[in-house]
Write a protein that binds this ligand. Structure first.
Ligand SMILES: [Zn+2]
Ligand SMILES: [Zn+2]
Length: 447
């Protein structure tokens, strides 16, 4: 058997808010930088995207490829409860069949932005439909506060959602703000294989392949991927690679209106910085605030959980919005939502669970060192490209000791990058966690 690094959830320019530069040439360029071998096609029920891929990919023994990249036929559907599902399919024909089956249940499937359609079917009906065309489905970005199975006010277990079709659910996609340690606090996920996928909306290394799965399979075919997801015949995922959850877009509580993030602190978590902020009092709690965060100061774990439950019930209104006389409820982030529905305080990893490697994307390290706002800044891209040209794929740069030593020997910013990689491995990096759609960042203040 062989190892293949695979990112099985991406989008095409036919989904809303996707870069127009998502094409095979650009996608494959990034896959090489990242060291990916298998990619989901994205958006396969959209006919323009499907015919573009059909005329460019070759197919040999049921394996789709373009140059030296392999593809798995893939899409994402939104059901009538606004839950997203990742769908993997055996062939273009299955993609076409699925399109035909959803045509009278969804609007605009063939339109320019029909790539990720809203389908007027329940979660079990989606599962059955995908089964009928020979595919497999599972919840996408399962814990995000929007469009997910476990979002606040939706389901607490897989069974509640899928009912009798639960037997067909073999995988769940963690999403950027969750990892195996968080998800394995839920008993209902014990027999489920976790996928870490990028859900990329653009072709750059910031997005594509920022999460991926290392499969141990015989060949890069749909059948082999299916066996690995079901953990049959020795096929399996050997490693999940994903962003450190605090760098995701939704780990923290946030206000949907003004997007300020909320940090809940007990007394011993209060830093000198937070102490320097003015303290405000409400009927229930006291809080401090800066531009990015409202800090709620609570005494005990019980008080923290009670606060989270009140947020879950939409009883806590945003204190920043209240100053402008707006009443906007605070929403739970991924970390808090998992706290609410978890069965265990600490993760219980089943035997089959592979390690999860949480990473800091290389572009985020360079961004922080250059002191610029965006990971897409030219100065960041330039250093990123030089690193890859000289030292190999992003994954080898982040993980292989001899490569890190070579980078350090280059001097200047390169040795700072090597130091950051080391600091990350030693867990001494400070994070400013994301929330409300804003990505988390690393902070160099402590280094
Ligand atoms: Zn989605
Ligand atoms: Zn607000």
């Amino acid at each position: 058997m062989e190892f293949f690094d695979a990112d099985l959830h991406v989008h095409s320019p036919h989904s809303i808010a996707v870069s127009k530069n998502m094409n095979l040439e650009n996608i494959i360029h990034t896959c090489k930088l990242k060291g990916l071998k298998i990619l989901g096609t994205g958006d396969i029920t959209q006919p323009d995207w499907r015919s573009y891929l059909k005329s460019n990919l070759s197919c040999k023994n049921g394996v789709y490829s373009y140059q030296d990249m392999y593809f798995i036929i893939q899409t994402e559907l939104e059901d009538q409860e606004s839950i997203h599902h990742v769908i993997l399919l055996p062939s273009f024909d299955a993609g076409e069949e699925l399109q035909e089956k959803i045509m009278n249940k969804a609007k605009g499937v063939t339109g320019e932005y029909g790539g990720r359609p809203h389908v007027d079917l329940s979660p079990p009906e989606i599962v059955e439909l995908v089964n009928d065309v020979g595919g497999i489905s599972g919840p996408a970005h399962a814990f995000t506060p929007f469009k997910s199975i476990f979002r606040s006010g939706k389901y607490d277990t897989l069974e509640e959602c899928y009912g009798s079709t639960l037997k067909y659910i073999h995988f769940l996609e963690l999403g950027l703000s969750a990892d195996t340690n968080l998800a394995d606090r839920m008993a209902c996920l014990e027999n489920i294989t976790f996928l870490s996928n990028s859900d990329a909306h653009s072709e750059g290394p910031q997005s594509l392949g920022r999460e991926f799965n290392r499969f141990e399979i015989d060949s890069p075919s749909f059948e082999e991927i299916l066996k690995a997801l079901k953990r049959e015949d020795g096929r399996k995922i050997r490693l999940n690679v994903g962003m450190e959850p605090r760098l995701g877009k939704y780990p923290m509580m946030f206000c949907k209106t003004c997007r300020i993030r909320y940090k809940i602190l007990t007394k011993d978590e209060v830093t000198p910085y937070i102490q320097s902020l003015p303290l405000h009092k409400t009927l229930f709690d006291s809080y401090a605030m800066d531009d990015s965060f409202v800090y709620y100061l609570l005494e005990t774990h019980e008080e923290v959980m009670d606060f989270k439950n009140r947020v879950g019930n939409k009883e806590v209104k945003c204190t920043k919005c209240a100053r402008e006389k707006k009443k906007s409820p605070v929403s739970l982030g991924v970390f808090d939502r998992i706290d609410q529905i978890a069965d265990y305080d600490a993760p219980k990893h089943p035997k089959h669970r592979p390690p999860y490697l949480g990473t800091i994307p290389l572009v985020e390290m360079i961004r922080a060192l250059k002191g610029v706002k965006s990971t897409r800044a030219k100065s960041v891209t330039k250093i990123y490209n030089t690193l890859i040209e000289k030292f190999g794929t992003e994954f080898s740069i982040l993980t292989e000791e001899p490569v890190i030593s070579k980078i350090r020997a280059e001097g200047e910013i390169y040795s700072s990058i090597a130091n950051l990689i080391e600091a990350f491995k030693e867990h001494t990096i400070e994070f400013i966690p994301g929330g409300g759609g804003k990505y988390g960042e690393i902070s160099l203040a402590e280094i």
